[in-house]
Design a protein. Structure first.
Lengths: 391, 428
């Protein structure tokens, strides 16, 4: 998995040099586009619109951009069926879509539909999930960066001591992307060869005292594993790098049973309401959040540019210009499209947005964006002096 | 765990007509000793296997496995699967199967969580003392209803249980997701959380000793009552030495378990943890289910149906209604297990209990329940659950990673059933 991570890095970094020159031009382009979009239609194919997130965040942000640009929005819902989604895309094309945004149920099964669209000159944005085709523009969040942010937040609290790593499902490539990002930050910050269980470096200030995959990312499995790690180390665990919020919940429950909750930093990701509440309560240190509003807005912006005839390589998105609240999601590599090599070896054009590490200091970000309600995040005995968002 | 050690005596207390012991004294072989003690050799074999696993892991983990703390953890971790496995025994004995328990656990856990986090506080206010009772009660009723629904389709519409509950596995998982659009429901009511153990969820040291002593009195009373009854009905008596050995080993095991659980103090204090609530619940469920299986008409009917469905029906047993009741019973037990799991995690998620159906069936089968029906014991299933959980927890302690853990549990399942089948053929 590490070579892929490196490629992600290379992909993100390669265009750094000419970021400055093109940024201004693009801003001007977007301005001009805003004035005259004609009567464009953008079609969005959702894989399963039942999931709460898509309507609440992604679609809402897309519609805002489309409304501002005077673009017509049409959509379909495949209900988790890859076959249905292929038919959906054909349907959107016959309804006269000038560009498509596809949240793929299956990044390979969708290929015939993407090729059909390309044959008719209709550009495609692969939304959130990878479509293994150079014909689809890839827009997503940086998953390796999520792992780095988790490790960074924990390392800030505990620069030396006993670490436990609660990884995701072993069959899911994301589990290793995340662990790769964590490893990268910790080895560099602590100056060690590795923080794997069999670390050959005796001087490493970070000791890996437990590391385990978690079947299906299941919180109850993470809890049992954490109990075993605490038992094995006689509670001498100083920090836990957990890869998502559900598992962090299991870890915190295990720590709570030992009276250690709040003393041992724990990481997570997803911005789950329950996890953000734990952040407010101080039992979880960080939840890395992917701002779905920013992703939706960026996708809409890209789709409009493509519908107006822009080439993939010319695409540039300034998310902060769409809404200043999206600034922290702006791509680390700059606003321009860059090349990205997929795990399947296909070279695609991509923009990769930045996730946001949410801690007590910036808990207001997901609240302000409308991702969660304040009373849910601030439920319970929150120390309002430490958590400005809950005042 | 004490019910497990008490189990052989409880089972053996059933008066069984056996031929009187031969007057000529022969040299006692191992099987002879076991026969005169009327031990269930399969349960005995399983306990030996468990002992080997424990000692093996203790060596492999550098002495961590057999610490009071780990055994305490193990007792709590075993509880949900153990509770469900006791119900699975009766379902399998009646020649059916329930593949939906993992998904049902998610639905029931979700229902109880939503009830106590979102609904009850708006009626009664936050932290009302009755919150946990209402939530648990609603979960149990809903569990019985789901079980009755699936059981009715199996019994009255004659759709194979495999299909009905395979459908249930998919349906209830989907329902659990739809109930909260995949959100995690947390945090739960503080009292409800104690059902799952945790820092406040134990009965403490003194109560554990009291329970242990009561259990010892119970074992001795059962032995005495059994001797008296056999004498009265002129059945063959077990030799006195055998009763004494069973009594000493049984009470010793109970007191030993109590001593182990009491030597793990609450974190940061000298106070003993004692039995955790989920373990108390598991023991109570185990005793109740053993009674139900061995001493009630319902239990006899279930075994009769599993042994020969046609004969049972011709004999006047309401086989269909009895089957519905077995499914209702497992529904109730899943609700209790769901309360333990969600209480322990302090959250409900739609992914809760994934693969639990397989662990529950594995526990029952490792514990000697025959998939062809008619044979199975509750104590066996509890030991089976303990074996399966010991393997998993032990491997985590030894740093074995998840894929290898699955392989080992799978191999043990197949080997356990293979050995059992070979044993049964030889006995025949």
């Amino acid at each position: 998995m590490l070579p892929v991570a490196a490629l992600v890095l290379a992909g993100c970094g390669s265009d750094d040099a000419d970021t400055d020159t093109t940024a201004d031009e693009t801003a001007a382009e977007t301005e001009a586009a805003g004035d005259d979009t004609g009567d464009l239609t953008i079609g969005v194919s959702w894989n399963n619109f039942n999931e709460e997130r898509w309507a609440k965040a992604d679609e809402k942000a897309m519609k805002e951009v489309f409304d501002a640009e005077g673009v017509e929005y049409i959509s379909t819902d495949a209900g988790s069926s890859p076959e249905q989604q292929v038919a959906d895309v054909e349907n959107l094309i016959s309804q006269g879509a000038d560009a498509l945004i596809i949240l793929a149920q299956d990044g390979t099964a969708i290929l015939p539909a993407v090729e059909a669209a390309a044959a008719q000159g209709i550009p495609v944005v692969g939304y959130d999930r990878l479509i293994e085709s150079p014909e689809a523009f890839y827009l997503t969040f940086d998953n390796v960066e999520v792992g780095r942010m988790q490790a960074r937040a924990i390392y800030e609290e505990v620069p030396e001591g006993n670490y436990v790593f609660i990884k995701g499902n072993q069959a899911d490539a994301n589990a290793d992307f995340l662990r790769g990002g964590q490893e990268e930050v910790l080895t560099e910050a602590a100056g060690c060869e590795a923080v794997t269980p069999d670390n050959p470096d005796p001087d490493c200030p970070i000791t890996n005292v437990g590391e385990s995959y978690t079947d299906n990312w299941a919180p109850e499995v993470a809890q049992t594993n954490m109990e075993q790690f605490l038992t094995q180390n006689n509670n001498e665990v100083d920090a836990v790098v957990a890869s998502n919020d559900g598992m962090a919940g299991g870890v915190v429950a295990a720590l709570e049973a030992q009276g250690l909750a709040g003393q041992v930093p724990v990481s997570g990701q997803d911005g789950d309401a329950a996890a953000l509440n734990r952040v407010a309560l101080g039992t979880q240190t960080v939840s890395v959040w992917k701002n779905a509003f920013a992703l939706g807005a960026a996708a809409a912006d890209i789709a409009v540019q493509l519908a107006q005839g822009a080439e993939f390589a010319d695409i540039s998105v300034d998310v902060a210009a769409i809404d200043p609240a999206y600034e922290s999601s702006a791509p680390a590599a700059g606003p321009d499209a860059a090349a990205f090599t997929t795990p399947g070896g296909v070279e695609v054009t991509s923009i990769i947005l930045n996730p946001i590490p949410v801690t007590q200091e910036n808990l207001n970000e997901p609240i302000d964006a409308g991702w969660v309600e304040t009373d849910v995040v601030c439920a319970g005995d929150v120390d309002t002096a430490a958590v400005p968002a809950c005042e | 765990m004490s019910d497990v050690s008490a189990a052989p005596t409880a089972g053996a207390a059933t008066p069984v007509p056996v031929p009187p012991p031969e007057p000529t004294r022969r040299r006692r072989s191992t099987t002879g000793v076991m026969r005169s003690m009327e031990l269930d050799p399969r349960l005995f074999g399983m306990l030996v296997a468990l002992a080997i696993i424990w000692v093996g892991f203790n060596i492999g983990s550098g002495g961590t496995f057999l610490t009071a703390r780990n055994l305490w953890n193990l007792s709590v971790q075993t509880a949900p699967v153990g509770i469900m496995a006791t119900g699975m025994v009766l379902v399998i004995v009646s020649r059916n199967i329930d593949l939906s328990v993992g998904s049902m656990l998610a639905v029931l856990g979700m229902a109880m969580a939503i009830l106590q986090v979102e609904w009850i506080p708006s009626w009664l206010g936050l932290d009302h003392p009755l919150t946990w009772v209402i939530a648990l009660g609603a979960g149990v009723v809903l569990g019985a209803a789901i079980g009755a629904f699936q059981g009715a389709i199996v019994a009255y519409a004659a759709v194979p249980a495999f299909i009905v509950t395979l459908g249930g596995l998919l349906i209830w998982r989907g329902v659990a997701w739809a109930m909260a659009s995949g959100r995690t429901i947390a945090p739960l009511d503080p009292t409800f959380r104690t059902i799952g153990g945790g820092a406040d969820g134990t009965i403490g040291g003194p109560a554990t000793w009291v329970l242990a002593v009561l259990a010892c009195v119970g074992v001795v009373a059962l032995l005495v009552a059994s001797r008296r009854r056999r004498r009265k009905y002129e059945f063959a008596l077990r030799p006195l030495w055998a009763d004494v050995v069973i009594g000493v080993v049984g009470t010793g095991a109970i007191l030993g378990a109590a001593w182990v659980l009491n030597s793990y103090p609450k974190p940061g204090t000298d106070e003993a943890q004692g039995l955790a609530y989920p373990v108390v619940i598991m023991i109570a469920v185990g005793l109740f289910m053993t009674f139900l299986a061995n001493r009630t008409r319902f239990g006899r009917y279930v075994f009769a149906i599993g042994g020969n469905p046609e004969a049972a029906e011709l004999g006047g047993i309401k086989t269909r209604w009895t089957l519905v009741k077995t499914f209702m019973l497992i529904g109730v037990l899943v609700a209790i297990a769901a309360a333990v799991t969600t209480g322990r995690l302090n959250a409900a998620t739609s992914g809760l209990g994934q693969l639990n159906e397989l662990y529950v069936i594995a526990a029952a089968v490792i514990g000697g329940t025959s998939l062809s029906g008619g044979i199975g014991t509750i104590p066996g299933a509890l030991v089976g659950a303990l074996v399966a959980q010991s393997l998993q927890s032990g491997m985590v302690l030894m740093g074995v990673d998840a894929p290898l853990q699955d392989i080992v549990v799978g191999v043990v399942l197949v080997v356990a059933v293979a050995l059992d089948t070979v044993y049964r053929r030889r006995v025949k």
